[in-house]
Design a protein around this ligand. Sequence first.
Ligand SMILES: [Zn+2]
Length: 508
Amino acid sequence: MKYRWIFLLAVTTVLVLSVAASGVEPERNRYHQHLEAADKPPCTDHDESVFCTHLPLMEITTDGPVPGPYLQETGAVSSNVWAVSNKIRNYEMVAASVRYFDSETENNHLSDQPAVEERAMFRIRGASSRSFDKKNYLIKFTEEDMTHSLDVSLSGMTGDDSWALHGPFLDKSLIRNYLCYNLAGEIMDYAPNARFCELFLNGEYMGLYLLTEKISYSENGRINFTATDPNLTVTSYILQVDRGAVDPRYAMETFGSNSYQTRTKLRAGQGHIEIVYPAKSLTQRQHDYIVSDFSRFEKAVFSFDYNHPDRGYRRYIDTQSFIDFFLINEFTLNYDAPGLSTYLYKDVSGRLKMCVWDFDAAFDYYRYSEVTTETFRIHNALWFKYLFKDKAFVDQVVDRYADLRKRFFNEDYLFQYIDDTVAYLGPAVQRNYEKWGYSFNPTYNGVDYDYLEPESRNVRSFEEAIQQIKDTITIRLEHMDNHLDRLYTLCHESMNKRYNHQTEAGGA
Ligand SMILES: [Zn+2]
């Protein structure tokens, strides 16, 4: 009886607190540049010929030419996606000097005192985006010796040596990654932090970029877990699911791939797992440990005991993290996930969590095919195929969606977020399109810039690009509202499931 009163008291307290909180802006879990950055007055220090921006400004000067995107440049440029992706990507780096101007209250100019001025190694990064005129880049800060890595903090983000410079080109709205990383960062433990900036490379203005944390371990942020110790066999780790490791030292064959449970579920060239942390210090014993540790999860999930409380998947994964990963990628129609651009990480004494990456083609923006908003896809890929056999997992997915729908998966929230972001970018959008605006044309200088097929899907202005995201959000939420419960068919009791999957826990 006593406990019932304590329970009622607790419920009442929660209710009173939530009523008190309504009307007040809800708390945020991370820094959103467009909400936090100070308003800057128009600059009157100089004439129009001086480059001036309210955004952070990055200037990169390389010691030699920037190495090209591919090792084998064939003469003819093919518009065929496979011809592009079969080219061998070039990972060669060039030494560079990086200056980063980031006044909190004043506009930024190349003649200002930089907030950061360091040496770095620099190269083009990305996969299919390598074929675009506006490239994505990787910066790895180094000591003056150009050998030892150097942790550098940019715009308040956790100090680290590796940074990605994402230059939206296919994404004509310019905001897909910013919007989705910050959405994921509100609902998941970690998503890459990102800041808009403008870039000068070797004296040339390159437009609007999104400076983004690479998914890596950092003591004070990014993925934060127990640091690796090369003297120990057991270790925390970060895995990347993508096209396969460039360096065979980091490649992994796991239970899932060896038993064709994961390989056969995806298109060729996807779903390869590689170790991204520990990196340089990775020992063979740690490599073996990671393969075996990850395989324990895969053996559990691909077994008849998949939903057993002790022997099933829940012992190995942070279920909430997998659910959120599923929901955010399904909601945004980001179907590179989970076979490409997907990360998993695990503290040495924790459970596996998932992390998002790359929303360049989200909201129905794949180049070679329209994405129907009227389906779900990720439930059928990799480990999710078995997770969705568990009714308790589907219950959690449906509950979590209803929860997210109240705030983050909500048109009011998202449309306001998008409008505020566009307002914050202000004149930077126009500057970006003075440089890259020709790509709104079907063709320019004999090159085809209608990347999206069929042709009618290509947007012709920034405004159209923003509207396309909003329209897709509306349609997608409506579909999810009406059809998410169809996922229950995946865990439906059947003769086959009862025969194969009856367990002490799930076989009621
Ligand atoms: Zn100025």
